[in-house]
Design a protein around this ligand. Structure first.
Ligand code: ZN
Length: 505
């Protein structure tokens, strides 16, 4: 008989080999720079290839973890700034709690610990000395933050308390890793709040969701729908969970930005009490919220195409690359105009690709692969006509533009790209929704690469059957819309709600 640990160990080893082989093969094919060879339908392969070729991430010998290269990490920093600006307006304060959680803290909320314990990484030794108490590497920080909250919160005057952390968490998963989507260590914000009343706590949920939506829609160009999870899919230990859902052209759903309403569950487990205005002792009402590096993955996956990455201009580190077409006798003249243009296009972080001994065609491919929103080409013939060539990454539309009009034209084009990406993601999303009155209909909907709205009851066993029958589709979010049938598609009893079901990553 093989013990559980041995099976896990074996899986772990396979994980390492898989990462390494993928990394090697992708690096080899990256040399030819010819767009993405994997089919977008084979999501994890396509996405992993895109990440390596577009220079966003890489692997190391640590299985299941990735390197965030500057071109992805610096976008993450942009997200942090945008979220922080919005959080400040809501009175959120940034803080930092220990990475390590004493075992006794972790065990206080029963459902929570059951939900996370299979993935917790433990520190048991320091050097050769065994620790008196094991320390968990945080999978999430409720259990280390709330004992402090219990100490700090005394009266209604201390509320609402809104402490946020930008940190890393570790969840030792054994599924095949996918950069940004499923890695054992990832980065996020975790905002943990305490309100005096349930009403205030729920109202706060809407404000924070609005803040996230502002960033994901207006900057990351993503159309998504926030929806409540079924109990089977909710956060371990919470009352209800909501997440935002995005749909790719292949009908697969990507989730992000969780909001968990914890009611008084954790407050009771961790003794977070306060004296209300009447001097009566009350438990606090709690919420948690997160945006993680998974959202980078969502943004890259939703917008990109077979040629490579597409990044919304507002999130791009540089929005314009100028590629000079150089010949010996006109080189100085062309480069001079390039430098002038860089100054003029400073607000878009424009730069000149002056690398020599690399063909212009290679440069074009490389910037397409890396998702540069706009490419400007300048050669001696263009200069004679006082014009440049401007090419958009999203549509590959090529236009001749007078040098004096370039700034205006670029500004307008970037705006169009930004809005266009959002509109496209919305069109794809809406085109992927379908009704299904029965399990058979749902199976067809999923075969057609869509997401189906079905009547479902609250029994978790029905969700499990749904998953098995559809080869992996799950209940994604509860919606206000209805279909004709009101009977649970699995057990036939009266449905409790209408749920969108589909496959997700
Ligand atoms: Zn049922």
């Amino acid at each position: 008989m093989v013990k559980k640990e041995e099976v896990k160990q074996e899986k772990d080893q396979k994980g390492i080999t898989a990462d390494k082989e993928l990394s090697k093969s992708v690096h080899q094919s990256a040399k030819d720079q010819k767009g993405i060879t994997a089919d977008k339908d084979d999501f994890s392969e396509w996405f992993a290839e895109l990440m390596i070729k577009a220079d966003l991430a890489d692997y190391t010998d640590v299985s299941g973890c990735i390197v965030f290269k500057p071109s992805s990490y610096e976008i993450w920093q942009k997200i942090q700034v945008l979220v922080d600006e919005r959080f400040k307006k809501l009175g959120v304060r940034n803080s930092y709690f220990p990475l390590f959680i004493p075992e006794k803290y972790l065990n206080k909320e029963k459902e929570h610990v059951e939900g996370f314990s299979p993935e917790v990484a433990w520190v048991e030794k320091a050097g050769d000395t065994k620790l008196g108490e094991r320390l968990a590497v945080r999978p999430t920080s409720e259990t280390i933050m709330y004992p402090s909250y219990s100490k700090w919160i005394r009266s209604w005057r201390d509320l609402p308390l809104r402490y946020n952390q930008w940190n890393n968490v570790v969840r030792w998963e054994f599924k095949h890793p996918v950069p940004f989507f499923r890695t054992r260590e990832f980065l996020w914000n975790e905002l943990h709040t305490v309100c005096a009343t349930e009403k205030e706590s729920i109202a706060e949920g809407k404000m924070v969701i609005d803040a996230y939506n502002d960033v994901t829609e207006n900057y990351m160009g993503l159309y998504g729908v926030y929806g409540r999870k079924t109990d089977r899919e909710k956060f371990a230990g919470g009352v209800f969970s909501e997440k935002v859902h995005y749909i790719m052209a292949n009908g697969k759903v990507l989730e992000g930005c969780p909001f968990h309403h914890d009611g008084q569950n954790f407050a009771k487990a961790y003794d977070i009490k306060f004296l209300d205005e009447n001097g009566k002792e009350q438990y606090g009402w709690q919420n948690t919220y997160a945006i993680s590096t998974r959202m980078l993955g969502v943004m890259f996956a939703i917008h990109s195409d077979e040629k490579g990455l597409i990044i919304p201009p507002k999130m791009a580190l540089n929005s314009v690359v100028i590629v000079p077409i150089l010949f010996e006798n006109t080189k100085d003249k062309v480069l001079k105009v390039c430098d002038e243009l860089v100054k003029e296009l400073k607000s878009f972080n424009a730069f000149v690709d002056k690398r020599e001994n690399i063909s212009v065609g290679f440069k074009f491919n490389e910037w397409e692969l890396k998702g540069m929103p706009i490419r400007i080409e300048i050669g001696p013939k263009d200069l004679e006509k006082n014009q440049v060539v401007v090419v958009r990454r999203d549509t590959f539309k090529k236009e001749f533009v007078k040098i004096s009009d370039v700034k205006k034209f670029v500004e307008k084009s970037l705006d169009e790209i930004q809005r266009g990406l959002f509109v496209k993601s919305k069109e794809i999303f809406l085109s992927k929704l379908a009704d299904a009155n029965s399990l058979e209909e749902l199976k067809k909907v999923i075969e057609n690469k869509k997401v189906g709205l079905v009547p479902l009851c609250k029994q978790e066993s029905c969700e499990e059957v749904l998953k098995a029958e559809t080869k992996g589709a799950k209940a994604l979010w509860i919606d206000n819309k209805k279909v004709k049938s009101e009977k649970c598609i699995i057990c036939g009893k009266k449905a409790d709600y209408f749920v969108y079901a589909g496959k997700s990553y």
